[in-house]
Design a protein around this ligand. Structure first.
Ligand code: HEM
Ligand code: HEM
Length: 204
């Protein structure tokens, strides 16, 4: 049976183009949805690019994978900044009803996801740039490097390499929570992040 559509949290400013899910939950704005799934797709792409790149011997293929890794990473940085700006303009819909502790964990997880997806590209750029090299963006242009500084470069590298564990943990927790909502609670939460499928529940 579907859970109650009652939501918790402060009421948000009415949004002209907003709509609800079939079970009555308010959805994320289509722009927030599009940016979310773009981040998710790029996040799933960037990890294997890194894993394969670091395991190859120094060959042209390794260089190509690193160009792709860095370019996708810089793209993620731009999208995450855009998501945060968009969230300020169009706040997220109120939280669905759930035990208070779980709602809090969900919120913390979301903010930590934003944080780690800013920390990773910034530390990645710094670990590259502080070796004095320019960073290529898809063979289109380069982002200028910085003055060589080995000590600072090592710090950026440690942050980047250790940061991956936060990426794995936070993304796994996030996906596990989505599966829990989908399979156990069956409360239509995933639908909040999906576009209207059949026009049901659309507010006009
Ligand atoms: C969301 C963004 C990013 C994620 C999730 C990410 C993830 C990773 C991971 C998992 C590794 C392998 C670490 C290891 O075990 O050695 C790695 C390595 C690396 N990344 Fe990223 N990265 C991101 C963005 C960037 C960006 C924007 C750049 C540069 C502009 C970059 C440059 C590098 C470099 C140079 C390495 C090799 C480090 C080494 O071997 O010491 N990354 N990244
Ligand atoms: C396949 C993987 C993913 C699935 C199934 C998924 C699913 C979802 C769902 C259903 C929501 C809406 C939660 C709600 O209604 O309150 C959401 C929100 C969110 N997701 Fe994901 N997600 C995935 C990957 C990612 C990744 C890689 C990131 C990394 C940045 C991410 C960051 C977020 C954030 C920050 C929010 C909260 C949005 C906000 O309130 O501003 N997600 N996700």
């Amino acid at each position: 049976m579907s859970a109650s559509p009652i939501v918790t949290g402060k009421p948000i400013t009415p949004q002209p183009a907003t709509y609800v899910t079939a079970s009555g939950l308010p959805r994320y704005h289509p722009v927030a949805q599009a940016l979310h799934w773009l981040t998710a797709a790029l996040a799933l792409a960037i990890l294997p690019l890194a894993w394969v790149a670091i395991s190859l011997p120094p060959t042209p293929a390794k260089g190509t994978l690193f160009v792709l890794h860095k370019s996708v990473g810089l793209t993620i940085l731009a999208i995450v900044v855009l998501r945060i700006v968009w969230r300020m303009i169009r706040p997220a819909p109120p939280d669905p009803q759930a035990p208070r502790l779980l709602t809090l964990i969900g919120r913390i997880n979301h903010w930590l996801l934003y944080a780690i997806f800013l920390i990773m590209p910034v530390s990645g750029y710094l670990l590259s740039a502080l070796s004095g090299r320019d960073t290529p963006y898809f063979w289109l242009f380069t982002v200028p490097g910085l003055q060589k500084d080995e000590a600072a470069q090592k710090i950026a590298e440690s942050i980047h390499v250790a940061g991956q564990w936060f990426v794995y943990a936070l993304v796994l927790l996030h996906i596990a929570a989505t599966v829990w909502h989908l399979v156990i609670r069956r409360d239509g939460l995933l639908e909040r992040m999906l576009p209207v499928q059949d026009g049901r529940g659309a507010i006009r």
